[in-house]
Design a protein around this ligand. Structure first.
Ligand SMILES: *Cc1c(COP(=O)(O)O)cnc(C)c1O
Length: 413
């Protein structure tokens, strides 16, 4: 098959899926517009402030809009969160540890995302980790590759303060959770202990469906602004949204007891956060299209891909099992050559803090490390899995994945 045949055949395979995603993007765009209208967003809300940031109307409006869109009582949307991990960790620390009770928390769906494993510190020595602070961690293993409702119910006790439900697969091979799955887990948790807080790690899941976890029984959730909810142009940050009393505690943890969400300036201003949220449903559609197209190209080249082309999708991640370390390098090299930034750079496997194997990575992004922009990475070890995600513009994703394919085919006998 030549490159033109590959391009066109993959597109024909992927297009029926595109038709399923488009109404979701339409509904979510409408939802965001309705929130802007309801909250009376105007351009003076884009202005930044300085110092303490008292009466920062942009900051307050951004919280209000996020609370509306994600159907929470209150939101905390801050550039002061350095990442999604920081928002998640701050939320966990804020919710745990009220007195001698409430020190126990449970990860409901297998192992946490890599950076959260350092936050928790159950299997490693990390200064100031939750384990070092004396919190008690439990993890419910997957059953048959997915969540185990009975196992979750059995893990929850009268001492369980928080259950964490991770929506996306992260860098694992389990299926992501639908909001319906999240609802079932919350129900099972509450049936055992109605006081247990259901906390969703919402990273990579936002706007992949027309409803969000808080509408299905979750109490609070957190995510990154350099993934879905930032629409590819929010420059940094994270968000937390949910029940008012809980989000208030997180605000006190982020700033200081007594200060909470009444302070905090961001001098560059808030336009990119609002505009990013406006773009987010469409950008998620672009990324989903890119993921499905990548699955189609991978399949045509004879690789195992997950999810499959026609699978339902509840996050943005596409994995392909290549055949060798060399092919991982070829893939990343080919994709990197179509990056908007650093296209002239050649990716090579390197050591990363916290990883046992060398990692290879393609991704020339405008916002540093933004995985809502087209990127691919993976640890150099069998089964030679490359995880591809993001893509602000489907045309770019097409060029990137076809570039990767062309580079691999060049070396095939
Ligand atoms: C990306 C991600 C995180 C961490 O977000 P960062 O902004 O990279 O810190 C946490 N959980 C999941 C499931 C993620 O995909």
């Amino acid at each position: 098959m030549n490159m033109e045949e590959l391009r066109a055949t993959a597109l024909a395979m992927a297009e029926p899926q595109f038709k399923k995603f488009e109404p979701i993007a339409l509904a979510n765009t409408k939802k965001v517009l309705e929130a802007f209208k309801e909250c009376q967003l105007s351009d003076y809300h884009f202005n930044g402030t300085t110092g303490y940031g008292y009466n920062d109307s942009g900051r307050e409006k951004l919280d209000e809009v996020f609370a509306h869109v994600f159907r929470g009582e209150k939101a905390l949307v801050r550039a002061h969160f350095v990442s999604g991990t920081h928002a998640l960790a701050t939320t966990l620390i804020a919710l745990l540890g009220s007195g001698k009770d409430g020190r126990e928390f449970v990860y409901a769906v297998g192992a946490p995302y890599d950076t959260m494993q350092s936050v928790i510190g159950a299997d490693r020595d990390v200064p100031a980790s939750l384990t070092e602070k004396g919190f008690i961690y439990k993890e419910v293993p997957l059953k048959d590759g997915t969540y185990d409702l009975e196992g979750i119910a059995a893990a929850v006790t009268s001492d369980t303060r928080v259950v964490v439900i991770q929506r996306s697969r992260g860098y694992s091979t389990r299926e992501p959770l639908s909001v319906h799955d999240i609802g079932r887990i919350c129900k099972a948790v509450k049936a055992v202990n109605p006081k247990t807080i259901c906390f969703v790690d919402n990273c990579y899941g936002e706007f992949t469906e027309t409803t969000e976890p808080l509408e299905h029984g979750a109490d609070i959730m957190a995510g990154s602004l350099i993934k879905n909810a930032g629409g590819g142009i929010a420059p940094t940050g994270g968000y937390v949204v949910g029940c008012e009393d809980l989000v208030e505690r997180v605000a006190y943890e982020l700033t200081a007891p007594g200060l909470g969400d009444h302070m905090g300036s961001y001098t560059p201003g808030y336009r990119l956060f609002f505009q990013g949220l406006f773009l987010a449903p469409h950008v998620v559609l672009q990324a989903l299209k890119g993921a499905v197209y990548t699955a189609a190209v991978g399949e045509l080249l004879g690789y195992d891909v997950f999810p499959k082309v026609d699978a339902q999708r509840f996050d943005l991640i596409q994995a392909i099992n290549l055949h060798s370390a060399e092919e991982m390098e070829q893939f990343c090299r080919g994709m990197q050559a179509y990056s908007p930034v650093d296209a002239h750079v050649r990716p090579v496997p390197g050591d990363m803090p916290g990883y046992a194997d060398k990692i290879i990575m393609a991704g020339g992004t405008f916002v540093q490390g933004a995985s809502i922009e087209l990127s691919a990475d993976g640890p150099i070890r069998p089964p030679y899995t490359i995880f591809m995600q993001g893509g602000l513009v489907f045309e770019h994703s097409m060029l990137g994945i076809l570039g990767a394919a062309e580079e691999i085919l060049k070396y095939r006998k």
